[in-house]
Write a protein that binds this ligand. Structure first.
Ligand code: BGC
Length: 765
């Protein structure tokens, strides 16, 4: 009997290995077939056709409209412009939409018309590739599922939530006939003022790597030709989130050591998962515009990381180089600089001038044809891998789940798991049937829930809102009844509306829920000069406090705007970030206790406008002269978040105090739910190198796990570490591991820290 079992097991293994061998044989055959086809097309292409493939233009450029720069408001293709774009300029890629969010039928018709022309009326019949920004769901298609922004998804600390978001976004984007998503954003944000923090997974390289890779895997699947999958675009390489003065597309000063240790790993991980495209940061690092940084694009990305996909510019960077960054006196020189640095495709965005400059530069021998062929090869490979030669369009009728309730449920789960409880002085959850006043700029607005990149770029337009979705007020009424729930606006983003009336109403209420917020804005318009939330919003809270009624703050904001003066006045505080279409319901469910909050901050909640600091900083950065640890003084630290139950960190234990060579260290954290309801906790493991040749980081996240515990339950959470977790980038810009003592830390990120120490030696025992 025993030998029969062994025989069956061997047979099974043999079969598995034969299948996987044949699978890998098949995929390498497919790859070599694609290379043959690329060679054949490339050999027939003229220089102009190659230059056109490298050019991406915005759809308004070929639409019926007055003037080149005006936004299209019809999306009706102008056939003369289309003919010129495809037969004279040989444009290979389009992006975007008009001002309004088109339906998936409108996308289908428009893209299909371009594809038809490209396949049937151009000399080589190369399909175009269409790109769309879908950074929190397919938010540029009417009726789609709008997810929370990435920062909320990161706050869930649950990669499964991100996988669902990426999966549904890919499906709905394909339902919009677009196979290429300009997402995820895997910049890390170390500049508290930066206006695009909400688009990121926060400030930590490890959390960003885990979430970014989950997004890539789920969006692309095993095969991007699958009509339910889309190619991703990792953006923006590199340092966009750390400009020196906190503004959009400006200079960041980042030592190479930091680039390698903190900024690059999320890109590296996502590339290992097979990410097919990378977009370059429109800003500068160490005064070099990233778009002309050959060391970054060619040596590091394409060389060291062996990245084989497309490198695309950001919007209008040819122009930026000469008009803002001033490395090039004219556009032609800008093109020379960017293509020679390694850019394969330029988002021009409104004409074919980029392609025309390329032709001249190659003829003048200022760009080699080898560089052009490399770029075009990558672009053609991308189109073949996307299956566009065989299936140039995907039809909305094949996507019955588009905008479905079951997808909305997944968006809800992201919001419900991400929203973070920051303060609770025995006020939450609320009981039904009490008199509540709901006030504040974000209380009755879908725009403040969805944030920017929703229907329109800025997300401020209300015309296209899906009004069947609940605002916070509407969701609260569903719980508490209209007769018990009063609404007074209070203020707009930055001016008073009727604070006095709100105060009067508060006097007759049992609780006051104040929904403060940051007006949706992105890129340049999201730049701020003041990190404090506008004074008028804080004054509303101060005036309400005088009534003596319990106050609950709900924060709808894209970065951590400072509220240090009103924190002591609030009994409860909920950080909702931009929680998306289902955010109103998720907030109300948390406030009334239907959901036990489990979000944790994926970034430091800043307290001091003059001294914002990310949680990754060196031991010296944090220490004062007397050896105490005082300088990291956030409002709430990275990784913090409360629950309606209590979690106790009982112990942290390791299987050895001496780790050798490539051995594995087992870490066990014992956690108990000592409260009275089921809840989820994110167990976080941090590491400190106690002594190193460089001032070591005070702490660095190296593992985390989200677990659910019943009331009264105790669990052991197991982590495994190895020497790779101990390394850092040395002064010589190389990853090194130094022997010595290390400290592991876990706890609630506030007053409980459990530690374990071990020694590492490079030699094996
Ligand atoms: C943004 C990118 C975006 C691109 C296309 C740029 O301005 O920086 O993140 O993908 O526009 O819309």
């Amino acid at each position: 009997m025993h030998s029969l079992k062994s025989f069956i097991a061997v047979l099974f293994l043999l079969l598995v290995s034969i299948t996987s061998c044949s699978e890998s044989d098949q995929s390498s055959k497919q790859a070599s077939d694609i290379e043959k086809k690329i060679n054949s097309i490339l050999s027939k292409m003229t220089l102009a056709e190659k230059a056109g493939q490298m050019t991406q233009v915005g759809i308004p450029a070929i639409c019926v409209q007055e003037g080149y720069w005006a936004y299209a408001d019809t999306l009706i293709i102008d056939t003369t412009k289309l003919r010129k774009a495809l037969t004279e300029d040989h444009i290979g890629s389009f992006l975007g939409k008009g001002y309004f969010p088109p339906t998936n039928k409108e996308y289908y018709d428009m893209i299909n018309q371009i594809q038809d022309f490209a396949l049937n009326e151009t000399r080589l019949g190369i399909p175009i590739v269409y790109a769309t920004d879908a950074v929190h769901g397919a938010h540029y298609t009417a009726g789609s599922t709008i997810f929370p922004h990435q920062i909320t998804m990161a706050a869930s600390w649950n990669p499964e939530r991100v996988e669902k978001m990426a999966e549904i976004t890919a499906y709905e984007l394909r339902a919009s006939n677009s196979p290429w998503n300009f997402a995820p954003v895997i910049d890390i944000s170390w500049q508290a003022q930066w206006g695009r923090i909400y688009e990121t997974f926060g400030e930590d390289p490890y959390l960003t790597s885990v979430m970014g890779s989950a997004f890539v895997r789920s969006s692309q699947g095993d095969d991007i030709a699958n009509p339910e999958k889309t190619a991703v675009c990792l953006k923006h390489l590199i340092g966009y989130g750390s400009s020196l003065y906190g503004k959009d597309r400006k200079n960041a000063l980042i030592p190479e050591r930091y680039i390698r240790q903190y900024y690059l790993p999320p890109f590296e991980e996502a590339i290992k998962q097979g990410a097919k495209s990378v977009m370059i940061n429109s800003g500068l690092v160490n005064s070099i515009p990233c778009h002309v940084n050959k060391f970054l694009i060619t040596d590091i990305l394409k060389g060291e990381l062996s990245y084989e996909g497309i490198v695309i510019s950001d919007w209008g960077d040819m122009q930026f180089l000469s008009e803002f960054h001033k490395t090039a006196p004219d556009h032609k020189e800008a093109v020379r600089q960017m293509v020679n640095a390694g850019i394969d495709m330029c988002m021009v965005p409104y004409d074919a001038s980029f392609a025309h400059h390329i032709i001249e530069l190659v003829i003048e021998d200022k760009i080699s044809i080898l560089r052009i062929d490399d770029a075009v090869r990558r672009i053609l490979r991308f189109k073949f891998e996307l299956g566009l030669f065989d299936q140039p369009n995907t039809h909305y009728k094949d996507y019955p789940d588009f905008g479905s309730d079951k997808f909305a449920q997944e968006s809800y789960k992201g919001a419900a798991e991400g929203i973070t409880l920051l303060k609770n002085e025995d006020v939450l959850p609320l009981n039904n049937g009490k008199k509540i006043l709901v006030t504040g700029v974000a209380a009755h607005s879908l725009n403040y829930l969805n944030g920017p990149w929703t229907k329109t770029w800025s997300g401020q337009e209300t015309t296209y809102n899906d009004n069947e979705k609940n605002t916070i007020l509407e969701a609260l009424i569903n719980h508490n009844g209209a007769s018990n729930t009063q609404y007074i606006a209070g203020t707009s983003y930055d001016s008073d509306i009727n604070t006095i009336e709100a105060v009067k109403a508060a006097k007759n209420s049992d609780y006051v829920i104040v929904c403060l917020g940051e007006q949706p804005a992105t890129e340049r318009p999201s730049d701020i000069k003041e990190l404090y939330l506008p004074e008028v919003q804080r004054s509303l809270v101060k005036a309400l406090k005088k009534t003596g009624k319990p106050i609950i703050l709900v924060l709808l904001e894209g970065r951590t705007r400072i509220i240090s003066d009103i924190v002591p006045m609030a009994d409860g505080i909920l950080m909702a970030y931009y929680p998306g279409h289902e955010g109103g319901d998720a907030i109300a469910d948390i406030l009334f206790g239907a959901v036990n909050p489990s979000g944790k901050l994926p970034l430091t909640y800043q307290k001091h406008a003059a001294a914002p600091m990310p949680y990754i900083h060196t031991v010296s950065d944090r220490a004062d002269n007397s050896g105490g640890y005082t300088d990291y003084d956030p409002q709430w630290p990275f990784g913090f978040g409360l629950s309606y139950t209590n979690f106790t960190y009982d112990t942290i234990t390791i299987n050895t105090a001496e780790l050798f060579g490539s051995d594995t260290l087992q870490v066990l954290v014992q956690l108990s739910n000592t409260g009275n309801r089921v809840g989820k906790e994110v167990v976080q493991l941090y590491l400190r190198d106690d002594f190193a040749s460089l001032d070591p980081d005070y702490e660095r996240l190296i593992r985390f796990k989200k677990v659910e515990l019943q009331a009264g339950e105790t669990k052991e959470i197991e982590f495994f570490l190895n020497k790779k977790d101990l390394d850092f980038v040395s002064a010589a810009n190389e990853w090194v591991i130094e022997e010595g003592s290390f400290t592991l830390m876990t706890g609630n990120r506030m007053d409980v820290v459990k530690t374990a120490k071990f020694e590492y030696q490079t030699n094996s025992l």
